[in-house]
Design a protein around this ligand. Structure first.
Ligand code: FMN
Length: 294
């Protein structure tokens, strides 16, 4: 996946024992063109007690005002000085990670994108929830609009150590998506695309992409989009299918044919559209059936 090379190593003898500083360069070009990550590690004996990482997508390219390699070297020099003068601060591990919550996983994860708690997408989410239960599977619906989900800030820090520095309600979603075997996105069409909370959640799944790429946490789920729109025909769904399709493709989720239900400005209630419930249930049920494929 990445080529790792220690470019600089320094041993430091202190009253607390021998420390080793390593400046490691990882070529992450297979993830993004030209992405290089530098990690400065402090080891006490063989135990890693501190790490700092920075990549070229966070900062400028080589030779620009903010040079990633120079930044890593400055951190290396400062850490060398700090370990020498205050070794007692490095006797216990201060490695920064952000573990995902260990609980709350489900076979089927449903991302409900509509702000309307009792609207059409919420009704479709409840059909999917019920269909999973009837198949003897666990499921979990995330009502995204009711959660604190901040927009992605494009810092690319998730490619350093596999976690996102933005503090909000995303960790349980990431954990659930990582563990799910089927992921359903239920959404209305809003101004040609998906509502803001769903878009924010999908963008923040870049974190999941980073976890897959740098930690090897593979998402193996099948995916289903169920979208509703006020207008008739296929035109309202052009962008939604593309956006959700890209989200799934980015994470390696294998999509089934989407279920698209229009004309709701006239019908108002998806329950009144003949065959809608059966169509949604059948599409999901096909994904829940045991398969030989991975
Ligand atoms: C802000 C907003 C934007 C919308 N934009 C579109 C649109 O671009 N095309 C369309 O066909 N319907 C549009 N609609 C209609 C919704 O897709 C439709 O009412 C849908 O049934 C709502 O689903 P829900 O009950 O799950 O929220 C829009 C509705 C709202 C509130």
């Amino acid at each position: 996946m990445s080529e790792s090379a220690a470019e600089k190593i320094q041993d430091i003898e202190t009253s607390e024992g021998t420390f080793t500083l390593r400046l490691v360069r990882d070529d992450l070009g297979e993830i993004y063109p030209g992405m290089i990550r530098y990690t400065v590690e402090v080891l006490r004996g063989t135990e890693t007690v501190y790490t700092y990482a920075i990549n070229t997508y966070e900062s400028g390219r080589l030779g620009t005002l903010f040079d990633t390699r120079k930044a890593a070297e400055i951190v290396f020099a400062r850490l060398a000085h700090d370990v020498t003068s205050r070794p007692h601060l490095y006797t216990r591990s201060r490695v920064f990670t952000r573990p995902l919550p260990g609980t709350g996983t489900a076979d089927v994860v449903i991302l409900q994108g509509s702000p309307r708690r009792f609207g059409n997408s919420a009704k479709i989410a409840s059909w999917c929830d019920d269909e999973a239960a009837q198949s003897g599977l666990t499921s979990r619906v995330f009502y995204l609009q009711e959660m604190d989900i901040r927009p992605c800030i494009g810092c690319y820090v998730c490619y350093d150590q596999g976690y996102c520095p933005v503090e909000d309600d995303m960790p349980p979603i990431i954990r659930a998506l990582e563990a799910a075997s089927v992921i359903v996105v239920c959404t209305p069409v809003y101004t040609g695309t998906v509502p803001a909370a769903l878009k924010a959640a999908m963008d923040r799944c870049q974190w999941l992409h980073a976890r897959e790429k740098i930690l090897g946490k593979e998402v193996r789920a099948r995916g289903l989009l169920v979208a509703v729109a006020g207008r008739r025909g296929s035109e309202p769904f052009v962008c939604v299918t593309r956006v959700v399709g890209m989200f799934m493709e980015n994470l390696g989720i294998r999509p089934a044919d989407p279920v698209l239900i229009g004309d709701l400005d006239r019908a108002r209630d998806v329950e009144t559209i003949g065959g809608a419930e059966d169509g949604v249930r059948a599409a999901l049920s096909a994904l829940l059936a045991p398969r030989n494929e991975r």
